[in-house]
Design a protein around this ligand. Structure first.
Ligand code: SF4
Length: 270
């Protein structure tokens, strides 16, 4: 990425796939997020609004600081340093939901699961399943294309220690609610990790959808019918899981094989 970008990157200054312009409205509070998400008319406008949000003071400070300090190995690169919007096929049938951008992954590249080890695993698996054109995802504008698939983070800003607070989770939730509402073609949701699993169930409940009680427990390969979707759980492809063998490539492949099998069944939307 050319070094002429500021870190964080200013909206609408030419970063590949930057959804925002200098005129995109900036949410500065939880109230702003609720209102701005609810009246976003299109997925593209939602992405734009997400990408300039400043509603969580701790996360704004953290993402900005990481973008300025940088990791030594990326010291010469500009850092995105903004919220990371959903990315992929706007008519996706499969939605992959993660926790939050990585400090030196999505927070650096501006694209979800791009430029970090978790993404290496995830995109390789999607490529093996025929859902991504390339087995790698290194930077925005690298030519990677998702097929039938979109991916989002439940919390759109990189949090310290990968741990958003409950208040930050709740503040960001309307962006996910709006995204789900603007993706009517989705029929399978893959939740990477327990946080994403709970975030999806909560979003369905907020939308008035039916969620079994007690709420289904997360597990690798766990499945829940949620009216219009099948929700599938997968261990997150974090290094903590992949280094220890808790998640293997065949295990991750099995999740996407199952997702594709469901899509090929052509289950009707309710
Ligand atoms: S976590 Fe979500 S609500 Fe909070 S600042 Fe980032 S995009 Fe906005």
């Amino acid at each position: 990425m050319p070094a002429e970008f500021t870190s964080p990157v200013a909206a609408g200054t030419g970063w590949p796939d930057d959804p925002a312009t200098p005129d995109t409205p900036v949410a500065g509070s939880a109230h702003d997020v609720r209102r701005s998400a609810a009246d976003a008319p299109t997925l593209a406008e939602l992405d734009a609004r997400v990408s300039v949000c400043r509603a969580c003071p701790r996360l704004v400070e953290w993402r900005d600081q990481v973008a300025v300090d940088k990791r030594r190995s990326f010291a010469t690169e500009p850092y995105w340093g903004r919220p990371v919007a959903g990315w992929g096929d706007p008519a996706a049938e499969l939605l992959v939901v993660g926790l939050a951008p990585a400090a030196h992954g999505g927070n650096r590249t501006g694209r979800i699961f791009t430029g970090d080890r978790s993404g290496d695993w995830l995109f390789a698996a999607l490529h093996r399943a025929g859902l991504a054109d390339r087995p790698t995802s290194e930077r925005a504008g690298d030519g990677q294309v998702l097929r039938r698939t979109r991916m989002v983070a439940a919390v759109r800003c990189a949090p310290p220690a990968n741990a958003p607070t409950p208040a930050e989770r709740d503040t960001c939730a309307p962006w996910l609610d709006a995204e789900l509402a603007l993706l009517p073609t989705v029929r399978v949701v893959v939740a990477l990790g327990a946080f994403a699993w709970q975030a999806v169930l909560a979003a369905v409940a907020r939308s008035g959808g039916s969620v079994p009680r007690p709420r289904p427990r997360f597990g690798h390969g766990a499945e829940v019918e949620l009216g219009t979707w099948l929700l599938i759980g997968s261990f997150h492809p974090s290094q903590q899981n992949t280094f220890t063998g808790r998640l293997t490539e065949p295990m991750l492949d099995a999740v996407f094989t199952r997702a594709l099998s469901r899509l090929e069944q052509g289950a009707p939307r309710l």
